[in-house]
Unconditional design. Structure first.
Length: 200
């Protein structure tokens, strides 16, 4: 029995490693990203220079990472469940914390947290069942969260859209301008509220 458990563990580890190792060569496409199972990702970024942009598709339950206009990584995500939907918009990363704990949900662990709004929306490592299940955050696999955390900075742009992503290489935002303007206004309001509470 012990031998069977060890063999099963080794096989599972090898399969998990091969899915990430396979991501180290060749061009990444959204078709490849579409085949990912929950908690899986691909990462093909061997360039260390260029602007990073993250696009989260609620429809696809995927995060796409671009370096300049090239798609370099993709991951499954779990966005906000019904009643706690992840807001659509364009957000700068406002804060980063490798070992963050939620101040809203019983000090829940939020590893590799990258805050998008001051009212509780962030990208972080967490449960990723393959469908919307969060309180509004964007949950990603832990290994992906760690790699993403390493290449972003405060100010990196994250676009959240309810549309599918077609995989075209583009520097243009995928979110319509009116949604972007509304999101910017909401973010500015949330930021002002947060700053006012800090100053008290």
């Amino acid at each position: 029995m012990k031998g069977f458990m060890i063999a099963t563990t080794l096989l599972a580890s090898a399969l998990a490693a091969s899915s990430v190792q396979a991501a180290d060569s060749g061009a990444l496409t959204t078709e490849m990203a579409a085949t990912l199972t929950p908690n899986a990702y691909v990462w093909r970024d061997d360039v260390q220079a260029g602007n990073i942009r993250i696009v989260v598709s609620i429809a696809d339950q995927r995060a796409y990472v671009y370096r300049d206009s090239a798609l370099v990584a993709a991951s499954t995500v779990s966005t906000g469940k019904e009643g706690k939907e992840t807001p659509v918009g364009v957000y700068p990363i406002l804060q980063k914390n490798e070992k963050h704990r939620s101040n809203l949900y019983n000090s829940a662990s939020m590893p590799f947290m990258q805050r998008l709004t001051w009212d509780g929306i962030a990208i972080h490592a967490g449960a990723n069942p393959g469908f919307p299940a969060s309180h509004g955050c964007i949950r990603v696999p832990t290994a992906f969260a760690k790699r993403l955390f390493a290449i972003t900075q405060v100010g990196t742009t994250v676009e959240v859209t309810d549309a599918s992503v077609d995989g075209s290489e583009s520097g243009e935002p995928l979110v319509p301008a009116d949604v972007e303007a509304r999101a910017a206004a909401e973010t500015a309001k949330a930021n002002a509220t947060q700053l006012a509470s800090i100053e008290r």
